[in-house]
Ligand binder design. Structure first.
Ligand SMILES: [Zn+2]
Length: 337
């Protein structure tokens, strides 16, 4: 089973509700799917659309293999439209465009699915245009309006849709799911996310990024001779060594590719790092330097994994000491890297 096709556990009930109506050929043409932000309404809509398109599924989950599933996974299914706000609004032009989509024949011979999220981002003109579509629905077209503030929708829009609620999961189920996703501090993040698991996961990702920005900042300090490996390691004592090293290795690949292509990297800290290294040595030498560093970091990563993060402080020091070596080589402009 492809994990991407598995329903989120708290989607099972609402999904079953829609699926049964479809299986009994009683599926309404327009649905307002409500629920708090971060409960996964977009994921839900995608799962259901893919199931409608799939030709080979036997149960309620798409097969993930057939031509339609492949198109869907690649984001190129011709009978699927997902409207998102442009500059915070879903405009009348976007809705008109999708009307054309709704009134033309299905490309793959089955349903066409039009999804808008969040539906309350439609301005009044867009909402009125959509109303026409709801009043005279073209055959074999399913409209999914996703909303976390459905009170802001035109009452006439709301009343023409069948409603489906995706509630927040129970705290225990949400925590169990977050832990399966390797989410650190799941309890605290879930609390900050108001109980919405996908929002908690997004917060974790943002936290990881800002932590990593800090690490890159420390490395820049080492390269500039303003800090030492020991001092940097002490500031990172809560991080997983293997995770940190993996992220740094990805950065090295980016730095190497950018150096080979003569490009400047995006992202403030990574850009600073690139500038400091470029300032110290010629590109060919810096590439050899980065390559050697990559190999040394891989060695540390393997040790960290094997020791299950025991001696993590020592390993962190080694990670930063590797950058200390780079600092000495670039500062001295040594040739024999
Ligand atoms: Zn399929």
């Amino acid at each position: 089973m492809n994990a991407a096709l598995d329903l989120l556990p708290w989607h099972e009930g609402p999904f079953q509700q829609l699926y049964q109506q479809w299986a009994a050929e009683r599926l309404g043409h327009a649905w307002l799917i409500t629920g708090p932000e971060g409960v996964g309404k977009g994921v839900f809509a995608r799962h259901f659309a893919q199931r409608l398109f799939c030709r080979a599924a036997e149960g309620r989950v798409a097969c993930g293999q057939c031509k339609d599933c492949q198109y869907f996974a690649a984001g190129t299914h011709p009978d699927w439209r997902f409207l998102r706000p442009e500059k915070k609004l879903i405009t009348i032009d976007q809705v008109r465009d999708s009307m054309d989509f709704s009134f033309t024949h299905s490309q793959r011979g089955g349903y066409k699915v039009l999804c808008l999220a969040p539906a309350e981002a439609m301005n009044a003109n867009a909402a009125n245009a959509l109303l026409k579509l709801l009043e005279e629905p073209p055959p074999m077209t399913l409209l999914l309006l996703l909303s976390h503030q459905s009170g802001l929708l035109l009452p006439t829009l709301r009343s023409r849709c069948q409603q489906l609620k995706i509630p927040l999961p129970e705290q225990e189920a949400a925590l169990a799911w977050l832990q399966q996703q390797d989410c650190p501090n799941a309890g605290e993040l879930l609390l900050r996310a108001g109980g919405a698991p996908l929002r908690a996961l997004a917060l974790a990702e943002a936290g990881r990024l800002s932590e990593h920005e800090n690490v890159l900042g420390l490395i820049c300090d080492i390269l500039r001779g303003r800090s030492t490996a020991l001092a940097a390691a002490r500031k990172c004592d809560k991080l997983s060594v293997a995770g940190l090293v993996e992220h740094l290795m990805q950065d090295l690949v980016l730095l190497l590719k950018a150096s080979q292509a003569g490009q400047t990297l995006e992202g403030s800290s990574l850009q600073s790092l690139q500038a400091i290294i470029a300032d110290g040595v010629q590109p060919r030498r810096s590439q050899r330097l980065l390559h050697a560093l990559y190999i040394n970091l891989e060695r540390i990563r393997v040790t960290a994994l094997a020791s299950n993060n025991a001696n993590s402080q020592l390993l962190l020091e080694q990670v930063f000491a590797e950058w200390g070596k780079v600092a000495r080589l670039t500062a001295a402009g040594r040739l024999d890297v």
